[in-house]
Design a protein around this ligand. Structure first.
Ligand SMILES: Nc1ncnc2c1ncn2[C@@H]1O[C@H](COP(=O)(O)OP(=O)(O)OP(=O)(O)O)[C@@H](O)[C@H]1O
Ligand SMILES: [Mg+2]
Length: 138
């Protein structure tokens, strides 16, 4: 069965400030290079990680980005999990709409991220945080 298998090479980047966002972005790019993603895909993956990490800093103060390579049959890819224990989202559908922002920003981070990955899951426990998991296949 083609069930994604997480390899034991997960890396964890704590995220609580802008330099952590940069570090998470760089780690993602390095892992994407190692998995063999094209340069444009490397850039998309770095952007997705950067958006998720920026949201953690902005809306939850702190959290973490977990990165790992995944395989499914002959496919390989990258899995990104962004986790925090901030306020979470009351209305996930609303937050996923282009232009919705409570931070006086563009409101494109989450919907933009969803568009550039193959699999996007968002799990919110209002009052106790947000977990966003995305997978992009090579
Ligand atoms: N980790 C999070 N915890 C709580 N709320 C969040 C989190 N991430 C996003 N949100 C909420 O979802 C909204 C939409 O997020 P999104 O990243 O799409 O836009 P933005 O951060 O407001 O603007 P942009 O990312 O374009 O600069 C945010 O304005 C915020 O209300
Ligand atoms: Mg954002």
């Amino acid at each position: 069965m083609n069930v994604p298998v997480t390899e034991p090479s997960a890396v964890l980047q704590p995220v609580s400030c802008d330099s952590d966002v940069v570090a998470a972005r760089q780690l993602a790019r390095t892992l994407a290079v190692g998995i063999g993603f094209s340069r444009p895909d490397q850039a998309l993956i770095a952007t997705a990680v950067s958006e998720l990490a920026r949201n953690i800093v902005k809306y939850a103060d702190e959290g973490e980005i977990e990165l790992c390579s995944v395989v499914s049959g002959v496919k390989s890819g990258i899995k990104v999990t962004a986790r925090d224990r901030g306020p979470g989202l009351e209305d996930v559908e609303l937050a996923m709409q282009d232009g919705y922002s409570t931070g006086n920003s563009l409101g494109l981070g989450l919907p933009g991220t969803r568009r550039i990955v193959d699999d996007f899951k968002i799990r919110s426990e209002p009052g106790s945080g947000l977990v966003v998991t995305v997978v992009k296949w090579r």
